[in-house]
Every structure is written in structure tokens, then in C-alpha cells.
Ligand binder design. Structure first.
Ligand SMILES: [Zn+2]
Length: 416
């Protein structure tokens, strides 16, 4: 099976032909080298549009997406009300109902150029292992099209919710090879228990030899300091480079001295950071009087310290976040606003956060280069990443392992 993408414009502004054989990029030629269409099984003319590595969605909750259709809206807008609102639905989950909702959002993400997704899935005494079973069935259904990594996530805490530690172990065994261990240490009743939660995560992860991807300090509370403890313990346990933390909103509420100390430690522990601007811009700052905090972490400071930062959609139409369609270009656009990343070089970094930075977080090979897997997106009608993030174009072609898996054409428009 061979495919050639003609007239492809790279991020560097070069016009090239990309030759793909058996799922691998085998040649990237200058466009003036003539292509004989009949030499290939499939020919795609990009018509001088931008072609890059496909987009990556490293943080979403596919078990909860679209439950906004069947649940009362979150009145206070806070994280805690969102968690509690979800309980009622979580008790009634079925494999089929989870698969149906998750599949709808996955199809959207594929349409928008995504080929790799990391989803968290609740593991707790309310839903048991049903959410995981639903997502394992979904993963099986999409196995030839996308890479779906699943994170066993103790949304309700570990010490606070009896039996969760044992359930996390069962989830890691049930999920198989590429499972990831999630966490939420700030969701415990005391600081001591938050530390115990971190220690449980590290010992479980080491025992099962899995990476950690933990919701951490998702609060405006400046006293929430589980990130510092997790990073320090990761170094003690020699688990550097195997941990991702999500949200870390409290870092923005620390004083500058303490924040600098924590950022230095995060860098030293080789921790990846996922910021989720869509959800945190609406959930956080709700208790602030007067001017409300933006809600996201210290993105630019983490980046300038050399920490790998990426971004997640997090939620789609659920009690946490009533919007969202899974388009990572829209998420990058939102981070541009929330973190005030507006120069051309900053906008380039925004694009990295949904491609190469996210690939590092998910530990997948992902580059538009000879010899790499052909996981690509064609952004039709777009010339550069600035235009891509500014206009979030609807017309895209998604290529996974050298096969076109989705194509959306430009809708007809007429002015009168
Ligand atoms: Zn999340």
C-alpha cells in the first residue's frame, strides 16, 4: 500500500511531495521533482496546503463526554459540584452507553486530525470498573484507526474512597499492556492523606511498571501542594521522566518564590504537564471576589524552565464544561488567549503543544520525517500554523499509518 501527498506545504514553508509505503514515510521530495501518479496506489493533492504530523489529544474523559445531555447543569460552576453531579449518571453507566458517547467524540477528533488520544477513566466505588469496560470496548472498536491510551483515574480519591487502591490494581491488570495509572492526590481529606495517596501511586506504578498521569492540585487553593511532594518523591523513587501531571492550577496561586522552587523541581523530575484551558477557565476562580483568576497554570514559566507542556480538551459537554467539540486547534486557540501567547514564535509553540509535546507525553514516535510512521494531517486551504490556529479550518484530511482515515471537504458558501 503506497500513498503520495503532492504539493504539501511544511511548517518550514517548503513545498514537498511526501511518499508513504506500508505506513512509513519513505521519501520527502522537493515539489519540483516530478511525481508519476501511476506509481502509487493512492495520490492526494494537498494543493499547497499545510501538512504536519497529526494532532494529539493527550487528556480527555471519554467516559463522561456528552453526559450533559442527560444531567442537570452545574449551577455553581465549580469542580466539586461537577464531581457530585456526575455520581448519579456514573451509577447507571453501561458498556454500550459509554461506547456510544465516546465513539461520537472520537469520530469528531479523527475528523479534526487527531490520531492519538489519552483518556482518563473513573475507577471508584460508585461506577466500579464499568467505565473502564466501556472504554476497553471502545478501544477495541477503534484499534485499527487510532492509538487510545487509557488512564485508570481515582476521581473520588484513594483513601477517601475505600477499596479504590485494590480497584486500581484490577484496572491495570484488566486494561493490559499500555495502561497508565492516574491519580488525584489533592482530593483527600487531609494533607497527610494526600501524601499517602502519592506514595500509593508510586508504589503501584513501580509494581506494575506503568507511567503515572495524575490530576494534581486542580484548585485555586495556594495551600494545595501535592505537586511539590509528587515531584520530590519521583526523584527519591528514581521515577523521573515517567510522570505527567494535569491541571496544576494551584501553581498560579502560590507566591512567586514558592512557585519558582516547585517549577525547578518539576523540571528536575522530568515531569510532563498537561494544562486544560477550556475546563479550567470556566471551573476555576469561581470563589474569587472581584476579578476572577484565569484558572490555568503558569504555562510560560514552565515552558521557559524547559518543562514539556501540552494541552488537553479534558471535557466535552458534561457538568465540568458545557462546550467543546474535540478540536485540538480550538484548544490551542484557547491556550493562546488564556496564557497570552500571541507572538509568531509563541503561536508556533502552541502548535507544538498539540503535536510533538503531546507525543512526548504519550511516549509515541511522531514526526514528519523520513522513516517515521505516517500519521499526518492536511489542513486544506491553510498556509501556516498561525492561520490554522486562528481559523480552525473545517476541511482536513487525517492519515493514520499511511492510510487516509477521514476526509472533510469545504462546505459550500454563498454570499448574497
Ligand atoms: Zn481531567
Amino acid at each position: 500500500m503506497s500513498l503520495v501527498i503532492k504539493n504539501a506545504l511544511t511548517r518550514e514553508g517548503n513545498l514537498v511531495s511526501i511518499v508513504i509505503n506500508q505506513g512509513i514515510i519513505t521519501e520527502i521530495n522537493k515539489a519540483d521533482i516530478k511525481i508519476k501518479d501511476t506509481d502509487y496506489d493512492q495520490v492526494l493533492d494537498a494543493e499547497q496546503s499545510l501538512v504536519t504530523e497529526s494532532l494529539i489529544s493527550p487528556h480527555i474523559h471519554l467516559d463522561k463526554v456528552l453526559i450533559g445531555d442527560i444531567i442537570e447543569p452545574n449551577q455553581s460552576g465549580t469542580l466539586w459540584e461537577a464531581i457530585q453531579k456526575t455520581w448519579e449518571v456514573k451509577r447507571k453507566y453501561t458498556v454500550e452507553n459509554i461506547k456510544k458517547r465516546a465513539s461520537e467524540v472520537i469520530h469528531n477528533q479523527i475528523k479534526f486530525g487527531v490520531t492519538h488520544i489519552r483518556t482518563h477513566v473513573d475507577v471508584d466505588s460508585i461506577g466500579g470498573l464499568m467505565p473502564l469496560k466501556g472504554l476497553l470496548a471502545t478501544k477495541e472498536a477503534f484499534k485499527d484507526i487510532i492509538d487510545l491510551q487509557i488512564v485508570a483515574f481515582p476521581q473520588e480519591g484513594i483513601l477517601k474512597d475505600e477499596g479504590t487502591e485494590e480497584m486500581l490494581e484490577k484496572a491495570l491488570e484488566l486494561g493490559g499492556m499500555d495502561m497508565v495509572l492516574g491519580g488525584m492526590p489533592h482530593n483527600e481529606f487531609t494533607d497527610d492523606n494526600s501524601k499517602k495517596h502519592v506514595n500509593i501511586l508510586l508504589s503501584l506504578a513501580k509494581k506494575h511498571d506503568v507511567p503515572i498521569d495524575s490530576h494534581t492540585d486542580e484548585t485555586d487553593d495556594p495551600n494545595s501542594r501535592t505537586l511539590q511532594y509528587l515531584a520530590a518523591r519521583a526523584i527519591d523513587e528514581n521515577y523521573q521522566g515517567k510522570i505527567t501531571v494535569d491541571h496544576i492550577c494551584a501553581l498560579s496561586s502560590y507566591d512567586n518564590y514558592h512557585a519558582a522552587r516547585v517549577i525547578e523541581l518539576v523540571k528536575k523530575a522530568g515531569i510532563n504537564v498537561v494544562t486544560n484551558p477550556p475546563t479550567n477557565m470556566v471551573l476555576q476562580g469561581r470563589l474569587d471576589a472581584g476579578a476572577q483568576r484565569v484558572g490555568i497554570t503558569r504555562v510560560k514559566e514552565l515552558m521557559s524552565a524547559g518543562v514539556n507542556v501540552t494541552i488537553g480538551q479534558d471535557c466535552v459537554h458534561d457538568p465540568y464544561y458545557p462546550f467543546g467539540n474535540g478540536d485540538m486547534l480550538e484548544v490551542a486557540n484557547l491556550l493562546g488567549h488564556a496564557a497570552k501567547m500571541t507572538t509568531i514564535s509563541e503561536i508556533n509553540v502552541l502548535y507544538d503543544t498539540i503535536t510533538k509535546n503531546a507525543a512526548k507525553t504519550m511516549d509515541v514516535e511522531h514526526q514528519l520525517t523520513k522513516g517515521a510512521p505516517a500519521d499526518l494531517v492536511v489542513l486544506h486551504g491553510v498556509k501556516n500554523v498561525h492561520e490554522a490556529i486562528r481559523t480552525t479550518p473545517p476541511a482536513r484530511t487525517t492519515i493514520r499509518n499511511g492510510k487516509i482515515i477521514s476526509q472533510t471537504s469545504v462546505e459550500h458558501n454563498r454570499f448574497y
